[in-house]
Ligand binder design. Structure first.
Ligand SMILES: Nc1ncnc2c1ncn2[C@@H]1O[C@H](COP(=O)(O)OP(=O)(O)OP(=O)(O)O)[C@@H](O)[C@H]1O
Ligand SMILES: [Mg+2]
Length: 591
């Protein structure tokens, strides 16, 4: 059962009051009673000696029976006691409580202890004793009468019940006084405890409000005592908590936006390995569409390598675990995963997994490796030819002048090829590294196409291939580097003629398309099979390697075309069907 501090204080104060009042009551009770008894006895004694003086004057030497009874009645009535006058022989001469007939029957009183004591010492007093005469417990006092010699005895008696009656009256007053005091004490305790407990209750309410994130609640802190200090501390604490919470929440918001903005996937787990956080990139990477919190990484990523890393960090207490994983659905993604523990005072509280998508990096690496292999291969082929023929000639084994001429022709052609290859490579690296500066001027594509046709005409004629140029005279000029654009057109025309069998035809057409001019170069040649289409613009990529090489190609032409067009802000693409011909298209911005 919960008892409020207010009632506890009230009870405590009341208990204290009760204790104090109890002590006072018992002290007063016992002391007042004996004081009262003493006072009564003294009063009785004074009354007795006063009455003795009066009686001695009035009786003038002897005690007469009739006189004695009258006097006893008078003293008894006046003083409110039982007055008895006894002769020296013990005969009761007068009694305030008895009439004459009763008086006659009263036994001799000489043996009463107070009488004996009075005759002996001049004053006698008995303890309480039952009086058969008046049928009550009485307290007796007696003195001898007579100035020179005793003539009788005067005795006063009061009933014990009278003393008890007075005592009971006194006790009643005491009880009433204690009762009233207690009621007053209770009321005061109640008020005081309210005064004391009120600020405490207020502080409790404020603390509860703070716990419920309501920091506007404040405790009045006016008093300069400990209560005031406590209130001030509480207010200060509320302000501090509020400040810290704001700091934490702004930190959380910052962290949240950092995590949301990160390209890397981040998953945080607790010490048991259950996910507590997964940022948007991680959700996207693993196609998580339901809240992952509370689940394990293996459930979410469906990849045992990820789980192994978490286990290494959490169970084997490894400081850093790294792995590269391959995700297959729906396309291949290479992911590098780093996992580190979250430490707090040498204890592992959880783990952080960071996923970097390194697919592009891997692709570029593969291209670089292919490139190196290709370049070496492409360089070696003409070089070994040159070396072989040169050696043969050098050895002087070929005597025939015609044959010598033929060999020298091969050496010349191959070195030419080598030079072309190196030129192309240099061109490409220039373009790729961004060192190619374009001189952009308005270029009329019609005349440019005609000039380019002039370059390849000989080749076309040899294969009896017809070249049509269909460029409308009102075609807008393009904003281009003339030398580079003619390089593009030359490469495309060269390919079209090279990969079109004898007797075919090639067509160059151009038209405006929004802010660009589109140029199409179509042929009726061998075409390109579907699987090769998307790789055709890669360096060294050739559909039929042997045939291309035979035709003197290096596989760099289209790659150079792509880079030049892109540097102009245009696009290049191809449509082709194996055996039916191809159409290469590119766009250049209008001037
Ligand atoms: N018009 C076309 N018809 C059919 N195949 C083509 C055509 N143009 C290009 N190709 C294919 O694309 C490959 C790449 O062409 P690219 O121009 O890059 O190299 P290349 O012609 O072999 O050599 P280079 O142009 O460097 O002398 C060619 O080997 C060929 O297989
Ligand atoms: Mg080519």
């Amino acid at each position: 059962m919960r008892i409020s501090i207010h009632w506890k204080l009230t009870a405590l104060f009341c208990l204290m009051a009760l204790l104090m009042l109890g002590v006072t009551y018992f002290y007063l009770d016992s002391h007042l009673k004996s004081f009262l008894e003493k006072r009564l006895q003294e009063d009785l004694r004074h009354g007795l000696s006063l009455s003795k003086d009066i009686l001695e004057t009035e009786l003038s030497g002897k005690v007469m029976s009739s006189e004695a009874d009258r006097l006893a009645d008078r003293f008894g009535r006046t003083l409110g006691v039982r007055a008895t006058i006894i002769g020296l022989d013990g005969t009761v001469l007068g009694d305030s409580e008895l009439d004459a007939t009763a008086l006659a029957k009263v036994e001799n009183h000489l043996d009463r202890p107070e009488i004996q004591q009075a005759l002996r010492t001049g004053f006698g007093q008995s303890e309480r004793r039952y009086s058969y005469t008046v049928k009550k417990y009485m307290l007796y006092m007696a003195v001898p009468l007579g100035k020179e010699k005793p003539i009788g005895i005067l005795r006063f008696a009061i009933p014990i019940t009278y003393i008890e009656f007075l005592e009971a009256g006194m006790v009643r007053f005491l009880v009433i006084a204690v009762g009233i005091s207690f009621i007053v004490a209770f009321a005061l305790s109640y008020i005081i405890s309210i005064i004391i407990s009120k600020p405490l209750i207020k502080m409790t309410k404020t603390a509860e409000a703070i716990a419920n994130n309501d920091f506007s609640a404040k405790v009045p802190a006016r008093s300069r005592d400990e209560m005031g200090d406590l209130a001030r501390s509480l207010n200060f604490m509320a302000d501090e908590i509020k400040r810290h919470l704001e700091k934490i929440s702004s930190g959380e918001a910052q962290l949240e936006s950092v995590l949301s903005g990160m390209a890397e996937g981040v998953i945080v787990t607790d010490a048991k390995g259950n996910i507590v956080l997964a940022n948007p990139s991680a959700r996207k990477m693993f196609f998580i569409d339901t809240p992952p919190e509370g689940r394990t990484p293996i459930e979410v990523a469906r990849n045992s390598a990820v789980q192994n890393m978490i286990d290494k960090v959490l169970k084997e207490k490894q400081r850093l675990a790294t792995a590269e994983i391959l995700l297959n659905a729906p396309e291949e993604i290479y992911v590098k995963v780093n996992s580190v523990p979250i430490m707090k005072a040498e204890r592992i509280e959880g783990a952080i997994l960071v996923f970097h998508d390194i697919t592009e990096l891997r692709r570029l690496e593969r291209i670089r490796q292919d490139f190196v292999a290709n370049v070496s291969h492409e360089l070696r082929t003409p070089l070994s030819s040159i070396k072989g023929y040169a050696e043969t000639l050098y050895d002087g084994k070929v005597k025939d002048a015609k044959e010598q001429q033929e060999f020298l022709g091969i050496v010349y052609r191959e070195s030419d090829r080598l030079a072309k290859l190196i030129d192309d490579l240099l061109d490409l690296s220039k373009i790729e590294s961004g060192r190619m500066s374009l001189v952009l001027l308005p270029v009329d594509l019609g005349p440019l196409a005609n000039r380019t046709r002039g370059v390849v005409e000989k080749l076309a004629r040899e294969k009896s291939i017809k070249i049509d140029i269909e460029i409308p005279p009102d075609l807008p000029k393009t904003l281009a580097d003339e030398r580079r654009i003619s390089q593009v057109l030359l490469n495309l025309l060269d390919n079209a003629i090279k990969y079109t069998p004898d007797g075919g035809s090639v067509k160059v057409s151009a038209f405006r398309k929004d802010d660009f001019v589109q140029v199409d170069v179509s042929d009726t040649g061998v075409g390109i099979p579907e699987p090769d289409l998307y790789r055709i613009f890669e360096r060294f990529y050739r559909v039929d390697k042997g045939r291309s090489r035979e035709l003197g190609g290096t596989g760099l032409g289209l790659s150079i075309v792509k880079h030049i067009v892109q540097a102009h802000g245009g696009q290049v693409w191809v449509k082709s069907e194996a055996g039916r011909g191809s159409t290469f298209s590119f766009t250049v911005p209008k001037a």
